[in-house]
Design a protein around this ligand. Structure first.
Ligand code: DQA
Length: 144
């Protein structure tokens, strides 16, 4: 069975409470439950990890090398400047789908750049919690 790792970066633990006009009112726990359920429906196992720390996120990406087949990652603000997370994704050579709930391109200019996008298979942004569910479809398609 293919194993997907869903990773959330900084501040995403506050999803549902934080800036609901931008990120919606669904909690991260509710979103995770939907993603896990969708993965299972498509015959995939899903593990979930969230951290506000860059190092912890990198350690989890490294650990995925031996246990996972693909990563879905919302790196939060690290998306825009963490060369270390970018290098970690490149190092493990797992297909990674970059996810954002908001349409980062319609927001502040600093959000228009992603330093991790070049090492990801693709990017899904702007569909709220559905961005994660669309990422599951993208991973499934890559696993065939
Ligand atoms: C985000 C967009 C980022 O710019 C921001 O820093 C986040 C959330 C999103 O899901 O839309 O924390 O990744």
């Amino acid at each position: 069975m293919k194993h997907v790792l869903l990773i959330h970066g900084p501040n995403l633990n506050l999803t549902g409470v934080r800036e609901p006009g931008i990120y919606g009112r669904n909690t991260l726990a509710a979103i995770n439950a939907e993603v896990v359920q969708k993965c299972e429906k498509l015959g995939m196992k899903c593990s979930v990890f969230q951290s506000n720390s860059e190092g912890a996120l990198i350690d989890r990406i490294h650990a995925a090398m031996d246990e996972c087949d693909a990563i879905i990652m919302n790196a939060g603000a690290y998306t825009h400047y963490s060369y270390a997370i970018r290098d970690a994704i490149a190092a493990v050579r797992l297909p990674c789908v970059e996810v954002h709930m908001s349409n980062v391109h319609a927001r502040e200019e600093f959000r228009h750049q992603s330093v991790i996008a070049p090492v990801c298979a693709g990017v899904i942004a702007g569909f709220g919690k559905d961005s994660y569910l669309l990422a599951v479809d993208a991973v499934k398609a890559m696993m065939v």
